[in-house]
Design a protein around this ligand. Structure first.
Ligand code: NAD
Ligand code: WQD
Length: 341
């Protein structure tokens, strides 16, 4: 029996596929390569070489909105469960292109659920986000808090969570994990897979590593007047390999159960932007030029997880510290200055 990984050539997906293969699972990836490169597959094979026979991983270049392609994948393989990463994820772009975001993320998920139902596959782990906690909840954020969003991207995550709740109510043979990620950074220790943003990075860590490698002159620190220890925004950064392992634990948890659970995947620790800069400098020995600028619209002061539910239900907690995250992000960037190009 295989695990179908939608969006499996993407940043978090590729790291999760490596962990699944290392655990002895058969894996099928479906990805339309809209935000990833086929080369990722070679890198995954390289990392797992020696341990894994080639026929344990297959790849379909297809869009999850394409019903017939998904039917073909389900009919050609013996699929037991799905980890659903495929989606568009840029907050700013979602404000400019809401229809594209709703179409891709919501319709894509609906088509996937239809085909899963047709093939009687009822186990799914979904990539949600801490963005569903909105602007007003106070950290540490627990899973029971009221949800709200401020942009179309976040709304797609909240709506898909609702859709999955409704699916479960309609047929409680389903088993569903809604994983709310905090801020994933870092890369596989080999430096062969990592985050490869298109154009100017929106997120803090890829921006820092591009300054470090000389691709950008200096980091803009968005806001130094927040009510935090040093005035800059505080977030819960989590190593992508810890996150990937959380998916394996979630798959295990939903196996042989009929449940739906929303679970935070974060470390439970908050780090400020200035704190991140100094951790990066310490871990790598490279000085990061920065300037303090205006707040970025839509940002909040502080966002970190209450991570106790993941420990209790999944027996999972993050193992990598901030130094590991900085070192591995830098190792990836240094070895691949232009990403997968
Ligand atoms: P990513 O863009 O690297 O990976 C997503 C993958 O999905 C890409 O390879 C893309 O080509 C593919 N894809 C998109 N639409 C598709 C479609 N219609 N059909 C087939 N493939 C499609 O993003 P990521 O950072 O790995 O994020 C994975 C998931 O986790 C996303 O759903 C994202 O919203 C969610 N998430 C990410 C973060 C983050 O900060 N990276 C935080 C919280 C949640
Ligand atoms: C972190 C901190 C910025 C860039 C976003 C999405 C969220 C989730 C993760 C998917 C903030 C500051 C950043 C820069 C800076 N994605 N910053 N200069 O905003 O917490 O979350 O990614 O679900 O939905 O909104 O992450 O990395 O963009 O910012 O000062 O050039 O770094 O203001 O305080 P964020 P981020």
């Amino acid at each position: 029996m295989a695990v179908l990984v939608t969006g499996g050539t993407g940043y978090i997906g590729s790291h999760t596929v490596v962990e699944l293969l290392n655990e002895g699972k058969d894996v099928i990836i479906v990805d339309n390569l809209s935000n990833s490169k086929e080369m990722v597959l070679l890198r995954i094979a390289e990392i797992t070489k020696g341990e894994i026979a080639e026929d344990r991983l297959s790849f379909y270049e297809a869009d999850i909105l394409d019903y017939e392609s998904l039917e073909k994948i389900f009919s050609e393989n013996s699929i037991d469960s799905v980890i659903h990463f495929a989606g568009l994820k840029a907050v700013g772009e979602s404000v400019a292109k809401p229809v594209e975001y709703y179409m891709n993320n919501i319709t894509g998920t609906l088509v996937l659920l239809e085909v899963m139902k047709e093939f009687n596959v009822k186990k799914i782990v979904f990539s949600s986000s801490a963005t569903v906690y909105g602007l007003h909840n106070v950290s540490p954020l627990t899973e029971e808090l009221p949800l709200s969003t401020t942009n179309p991207y976040g709304s797609t995550k909240m709506m898909i969570e609702q859709i999955l709740q409704d699916v479960y109510v309609s047929d409680n043979e389903w088993s569903i994990a809604l994983l709310r990620y905090f801020n994933p950074i870092g890369a596989h220790k080999s430096g062969r897979i990592g985050e490869d943003p298109t154009g100017t990075p929106n997120n803090l860590m890829p921006y820092i590593t591009q300054v470090a490698v000389g691709k950008r002159e200096m980091l803009n620190v968005f806001g130094a007047d927040y009510n935090t220890e040093d005035g800059t925004g505080v977030r819960d950064y989590i190593h992508v390999v810890d996150l990937a392992k959380g998916h394996l634990k979630a798959l295990q948890y939903i196996d042989n159960k009929n449940i739906i659970e929303a679970i935070n995947l974060g470390t439970g620790n908050g780090i400020s932007v200035l704190g991140m800069i100094s951790n990066f400098e310490k871990a790598t020995g490279i000085k990061i030029q920065y300037q303090l600028v205006e707040r970025r619209p839509g940002d909040i002061a502080t966002c970190f997880a209450d991570a106790t539910k993941a420990l209790k239900l999944l027996d999972w907690k993050a193992k990598y510290n901030i130094e590991d995250m900085c070192r591995d992000s830098w190792n990836w960037q240094q070895n691949n200055p232009d990403g997968y190009q």
